[in-house]
Design a protein around this ligand. Structure first.
Ligand SMILES: Cc1ncc(COP(=O)(O)O)c(C=O)c1O
Length: 395
């Protein structure tokens, strides 16, 4: 299977074997536990992720299919699926860190992750040094004897800075750190961080992997069997377990990920390019535009540049608010990676946990609008954006 393209892998998903045949599509094993004839097999299954299925918090055949599918797409040794993206991030961080440890993290982070780092510092004395996402020298300078982990996002939320994963993870490796990369915005179709030097990849599968805005989920993929077992063992304690039905919806979504991702990216290119030329627009933040500070890094790491961008209007916050009220097709809503185009105001929603200095450090303006582009016809989306800009936001 390892030589197959992702487009083929997602069609031929790993499935549980039955006695003499295999189901064509992955079934939902909606059971919390399993019955044994042999107490030794039962006991063995309790202690490892690859023994017999025992109990849903340890594993489940539907969830295992999802874990194997995403581990395969990311090129990892194993994966642990969770009930949400934050479940995966917390499981990895709490599983790999101890009180007194030090972490190096990129400055521009998803708001929920930034809050976890603040909390780790306050509750467990796990200190964090923030560095730019493409500055390996800053990683080397920040390393201390107690530094354990480097944390990056392939494409940061919402200003779309792209981490220089090969350079940053190489600097981390020199110091013996584990590199964790949140690959939610890129998906394994645009970037496979393990191939670039990462040790653990996390996803909010709520987004592109499931793709239909109907399920919450997360996953942590480990590059090595040793890391996989450590994360799995800790996941049993934290209990952020994936539900079989959620795993099944995610698997169903994954089968069309390559087709959806192509359309997300081409629609985004059209909107970002046209908005950048619109007289009411002050700046468009998308790594596919040569004006974006991450353009060169993004072009080196990814075949396409993702389906999320942000923009600022010349009229500042009032113009941003007028735009958000003015759109008819795009929906004012949280999340991203689904088939429909969603917009939001990061400063008061996804990043409300940041103070003014934190917002400024992440490059988020008072009036910045984030757009998660869906798979609608691009000209319908452009017509909607144009009418919203002309109806007041562009004034
Ligand atoms: C980059 C990124 N990582 C993690 C998360 C958290 O995922 P979830 O909402 O599934 O817990 C999000 C949610 O928006 C995100 O954008």
């Amino acid at each position: 299977m390892s030589s197959l393209h992702p487009e083929t892998r997602v069609v031929h998903l790993p499935k549980p074997k039955l006695n003499g045949s295999t189901p064509i599509s992955v079934p939902i094993y909606q059971t919390s536990g399993f019955v044994f004839d042999d107490p030794a097999v039962f006991a063995d299954g309790m202690g490892r992720p690859d023994g017999a299925f025992v109990y849903g918090r340890l594993s489940n055949p539907t969830v295992r299919s999802l874990e194997e599918a995403v581990a395969g797409l990311e090129g990892g040794a194993g994966a642990v699926a969770t009930g949400s993206g934050m479940g995966a991030i917390s499981t990895v961080l709490l599983g790999l860190l101890r009180s007194g440890d030090h972490v190096i993290a990129q400055t521009a982070l998803y708001g929920g992750t930034a809050t976890v780092f603040k909390d780790l510092e306050a509750r467990y004395g796990i200190s964090v040094t923030y560095v730019p996402e493409a500055d390996p020298g800053a990683v080397r300078d920040a390393v201390r004897p107690e530094t354990k982990l480097l944390y990056l996002e392939t494409i940061a939320n919402p200003m779309t800075q792209v981490a220089d994963i090969p350079a940053m993870s190489a600097a981390a490796r020199e110091a013996g750190l584990v590199t964790v990369v949140d690959n939610t915005f890129a998906s394994p179709l645009l970037c496979r961080p393990i191939e670039l030097g990462a040790d653990v990849v996390v996803h909010s599968t709520t987004k592109y992997l499931s793709g239909h805005t109907d399920v919450l989920g997360g996953i942590a993929v480990a590059a090595t069997d040793e890391l996989y077992r450590r994360i799995w063992t800790h996941s049993l304690e934290l209990g952020a377990t994936a539900d079989p039905f959620a795993a099944w919806l995610t698997l169903r979504g994954i089968q069309t990920l390559p087709l959806r991702m192509e359309r997300h990216c081409s629609n985004t290119r059209l909107l970002a390019t046209r908005l950048a030329e619109h007289p009411a627009v002050a700046a468009v933040h998308w790594p596919g535009l040569p004006s974006h500070p991450s353009y060169d890094v993004a072009a080196k790491l990814m075949p396409e540049f993702g389906g999320v961008f942000s923009f600022d209007l010349k009229g500042g916050r009032p113009a941003g608010e007028a735009f958000m009220k003015g759109v008819r097709l795009a929906l004012l809503a949280p999340s991203l990676g689904g088939v429909e185009t969603l917009i939001l105001h990061p400063a008061t929603t996804s990043h409300r946990g940041l103070d003014a200095a934190g917002l400024a450090a992440a490059g988020i303006g008072e009036g910045t609008v984030r757009v998660a582009v869906g798979i609608e016809h691009p000209e319908d989306l452009w017509a909607d954006f144009q009418q919203a800009l002309e109806g007041g936001a562009g004034a």
